[in-house]
Design a protein around this ligand. Structure first.
Ligand code: GLN
Length: 304
């Protein structure tokens, strides 16, 4: 498969289309990025790599980091983790509060904010130095010591994170948060502030295309079954109330973030990252969605 030619072709086409997305304004710092940035990077498990556009510029991965915190928590707790968070698509926006009341404080899945806040609580209870230990875990997956949090972004979000503060306190009232809400939220905002470029992100997620085993030093990050299940969750819940549409149009497990990044995983083949900051109404990158739809159409490769 000539990925390079296909990617170049689609990049040129998608770059030209009118961007109907908007930069998110609810996290002030995220509205300060250049909306024209557009980068793509693919890494295959056979070590073929290709990037185009702004693929070496760092961006805020935001909710994409929820896959990494879930991976660490799952590797520590095993199946017990599902007592605290469910595995069903929510059909609601990422920051919604409404279902929690009916579900007694058990979030529908680990990728909506409520679920990621519970996973943050689990990590705080199980790690000695939560922020440092989590960063070490992320860096160790792809042997990349340059990955870091952004204090500018985490502070920017913390100052206006009223919905997340409400979510955390609401879940605590049902007994599904063990630690102090301020500590849990501090961890959560840092988690979301992780920064890297398309190339680093694509390498980082390769373990999910490789049955849970990192290609950088041959470390088993997750068991094969856990890796399969994380991919299943990305497929059903990775794009909030647009997850069905992503499965329908792209047909790969994936995860988006409000920084405008999307990572998609083709198990046993590759990971591909697209970054374009303006978001559609569901909070997913407008051009990222278009690019990936074209990509699986042109390559005729999808898991379906
Ligand atoms: N930090 C963001 C929030 O909590 C993450 C949301 C996202 O990327 N969808 O609102």
């Amino acid at each position: 498969m000539n990925y390079e030619e296909i990617i170049k072709d689609i990049y040129t086409n998608v770059e030209l289309i009118d961007n109907k997305g908007n930069l998110p304004s609810y996290i002030p710092e995220l509205a300060n990025v250049n909306y024209k940035n557009f980068g793509v990077y693919i890494s295959t498990i056979n070590h073929l790599n290709y990037g185009i556009g702004n693929y070496t510029d760092k961006f805020s991965i935001q909710s994409i980091a929820k896959v990494l915190s879930l991976s660490l928590a799952y590797s520590i707790l095993g199946e017990d983790i599902w007592k605290r968070v469910d595995v069903e698509p929510s059909g609601n926006p990422f920051n919604s509060l409404v279902q929690l009341e009916a579900d007694n404080g058990i979030p529908r899945n680990p990728f909506i904010n409520a679920g990621a806040i519970v996973v943050s609580d689990i990590l705080i209870s199980n790690l000695e130095n939560p922020k440092e230990d989590f960063l070490k875990f992320v860096r160790s997956i792809s042997n990349d010591s340059k990955i870091n949090y952004s204090t500018v972004i985490s502070t920017s979000e913390k100052n206006v994170g009223f919905r997340n503060i409400a979510l955390c306190n609401f879940i605590k009232s049902f007994g599904n948060i063990e630690n102090k809400p301020s500590e849990v939220l501090d961890f959560y905002f840092n988690l979301c502030s992780l920064e890297m470029n398309c190339k680093q992100l694509s390498k980082l997620f390769l373990f999910l295309a490789n049955d849970g085993c990192s290609l950088f030093g041959n470390k088993q990050i997750l068991t094969q079954s856990q890796s399969k299940r994380i991919n299943a969750l990305m497929q059903t819940c990775g794009f909030y109330d647009e997850s069905g549409e992503f499965a329908f149009k792209v047909g790969l497990p994936g995860k988006s973030g409000v920084g405008g990044g999307i990572v998609a995983v083709h198990p046993k083949q590759y990971t591909i990252v697209v970054w374009s900051p303006p978001l559609n109404a569901k909070g997913n990158s407008y051009k990222g969605m278009k690019f990936l739809e074209e990509f699986t159409t042109k390559t005729k490769l999808s898991i379906f």
